[in-house]
Ligand binder design. Sequence first.
Ligand code: PLP
Length: 361
Amino acid sequence: MATRAHNFFAGPAVLPVPVIEAARDAAYDFAGLGMSIMEISHRSKEFDAVVQQAQADTLGIMGLSADDYAVLFLGGGASTQFAMVAMNFLHNSADYVNTGAWSQKAIKEAQLLGGCNVVASSEDQNFNYIPKTLPFSTDADYAHYTSNNTIFGTEFKSIPDTGDVPLVCDMSSDMLSREMDYSRFSLIYAGAQKNLGPAGVTLVVIKRAWVEEKAKKDIPTMLKYATHVKKDSMFNTPPVYPIFVLGQTLQWIREEGGLGAIQERNEKKAALLYDVIDGHGDFYKGAVADKEDRSLMNVTFRLPSEELEAKFVADAKAQNMHGLKGHRSVGGCRASIYNACPVESVEALAKFMEDFHAANK
Ligand SMILES: *Cc1c(COP(=O)(O)O)cnc(C)c1O
């Protein structure tokens, strides 16, 4: 295989090498069938085994039971979940926390479909912090938040307390990046293309009892969680190839030692970059106001001028480090260092940042 680049793209993003290799092999000949995974029936026993293993691995990694939670592999991206959550569960009013562009898109869909109560927001400082006071209602249909703000580089470090109100989370950019009490959630969704696999599949983990007791019945079949729960995520043709690759990533997480080991490595990687930023505070300026809110996944920072930022991105690219330009809505620089980003890539970037500071300060 050709030399791998240092990949810091925000999404679609880096995948583990063994996952890429398995995807390559299965694209040609899957399970010794003489056919690609893309050429066989989604009802075949070979593909059924892929789905069942991926569901079992998702729950195993998260420490959840199949009696309590269903695992769904849906199309439409996390963006479809913004609407689907509200369509299914918004009866009177739901609470939302606004911590950035993705939260705002989720709020917009809820507003279209019913009452939406924004209980806290960090918009006053262009989303450079996580609100600390979250006055959730006691009678909301559910409470929704975005655990990691991919564009701004902020991340909730603990799970908000919503009492008895069902908790829903968009974990698209930090899903399975750390240990957490996942049983506190009624619904978690994540577009796969940040931390889990390729674009084209969205992972949904949902509490069965909540669907049974509270989900609306008078909505279109494909947009009803109950449809997919009832058919074990096989109501219609699912995104077979993305599911296969996602399944390989789950196996990789298990082989790496599970979420404890993954979290430890993610903390180490993030510290390498934040240490350089803090060590040269006159040159690199972390984009997040409170250090405790800094994301382990998306490290955002500014340089003294836009010219230097452009030079930083170009010089890094010349050294095989890609995807460091900040989101077009905020500018600056961003290093996305998801689960699959190797420590060696982050070490190379940290060294490059030191060298760039020395040469341009
Ligand atoms: C990328 C992203 C989304 C959008 O995902 P799509 O699958 O492209 O719809 C939603 N939420 C967060 C936090 C994201 O990072």
